[in-house]
Design a protein around this ligand. Structure first.
Ligand code: WQD
Length: 338
């Protein structure tokens, strides 16, 4: 069973390729290497003992997308990760984000519409909920006005897939709304490779502990939470990767209830920034240099998932603890600095 994984050299994509190969799927990766490297192929192969097929091209080139699907007629599904994901950059350059994240999606769906039957998994985000009125967040929580062009591309992406599914009964799709993916494969063969100064909490923590950054800034301690810092649902990337394989199996086995479904993928537990720091210090045995600074513009106070739908409908549950995830992130940081 052959699956296309776009963005398969990226952080979540590479971990998903490993889990797919572990379950016997044949994987074709398409990646333009704009935020990844072909070195990742070695890590994937080292873990799973199988080298995925790899094609390097940009999915914004419609003729290349058409040519790809004409050559790979035996694909039974697509997991679409390829996208730009930096919130700040999307505010600076919205058209880049609309082109990267929307055009490629449309071109792929146009090809899938031509097939007799096919399956599609989309990387969506808890960012679609904004600051939800009720916590934990269920899939029925309203989608709030997007705070950034990046967030908007996830909302629009979901709408494009939903509308396409309405008129394409041969297309079955699931959008997975990720909470905060962290960590690395326990083998430390693959992990997150942020380019430049990390914007996300965990790579900033591990780079500070490794001596690359002087000090972590904690963005605000005066939120109305127990310790005053923001709360997020940090999910181990391997658990998240497994959710993709289970979602794909649901589509293949026709266990889906409608041809377009949405699932939250998180742990169900919220952790504050200070709790994350404490957990990191425990598992790494390192004291982290940090200071409290002003709030970061655009940050929401608290977001964590109600995972009941994924638990009961998908039969998926996150397994790793925050400690496990942070220990794997630290092991990976040490490996790439060695
Ligand atoms: C986590 C917490 C910060 C850095 C990201 C994406 C978003 C969505 C979800 C994908 C916050 C605090 C951070 C630092 C800090 N993902 N922090 N110092 O904000 O939840 O958003 O994941 O679709 O689009 O941007 O994640 O890792 O940036 O921040 O104090 O140097 O850590 O304020 O409370 P966030 P994050």
């Amino acid at each position: 069973m052959k699956i296309l994984v776009t963005g398969g050299l990226g952080f979540i994509g590479s971990h998903t390729v490993v889990e797919l190969q572990n379950k016997g799927f044949e994987v074709v990766i398409v990646d333009n290497c704009s935020n990844s490297s072909t070195e990742v192929l070695k890590g994937i192969t080292a873990i799973s003992g199988k080298q995925p097929i790899f094609e390097e091209f940009d999915l914004r080139e419609k003729n290349k997308v058409q040519d790809f699907f004409a050559r790979h007629t035996d694909l039974i599904g697509v997991i679409h990760f390829a996208a730009s994901k930096a919130v700040g950059e999307s505010v600076e350059n919205p058209l880049l984000y609309y082109e990267n994240n929307i055009s490629a999606l449309v071109y792929i769906l146009q090809e899938l519409q031509k097939k007799d039957t096919t399956n599609f998994i989309f990387s969506s985000s808890c960012t679609v909920y904004g600051q939800a009125d009720e916590l934990p967040i269920t899939e029925n929580a309203p989608v709030k006005e997007a705070e950034s062009p990046y967030g908007n591309t996830k909302q629009i992406g979901e709408e494009i897939i939903r509308d396409t599914c309405k008129v394409t009964s041969n297309l079955k799709a699931i959008a997975l709304r990720y909470f905060n993916p962290i960590g690395a494969h326990p083998s430390a063969e693959i992990g997150e490779l942020p380019i430049g100064v990390p914007q996300n909490l965990i790579p900033y923590i591990t780079q500070t502990a490794a001596g690359l950054r002087e000090q972590l800034s904690v963005f605000g301690d005066n939120y109305p939470t127990d310790d005053g810092t923001c709360i997020r649902d940090y999910i181990h990337v391997v658990d998240l990767a497994k959710a993709h394989v289970i979602a794909l199996q649901r589509l293949i086995n026709d266990a889906n209830k409608s041809n377009y479904e949405v699932f939250n993928v998180g742990t169900g537990t919220g952790s504050s920034v200070l709790e994350v720091i404490n957990s990191f210090e425990k598992v790494s045995q390192k004291k982290l240099n940090y200071k409290i600074v002003d709030r970061r513009e655009g940050d929401i106070m608290s977001a964590y998932a109600n995972t009941q739908k994924a638990n009961t409908e998908l039969g998926w549950k996150s397994e790793s603890s925050l400690d496990d995830a942070l220990a794997s992130a630290w092991k990976w940081e040490l490996k790439i600095r060695s």
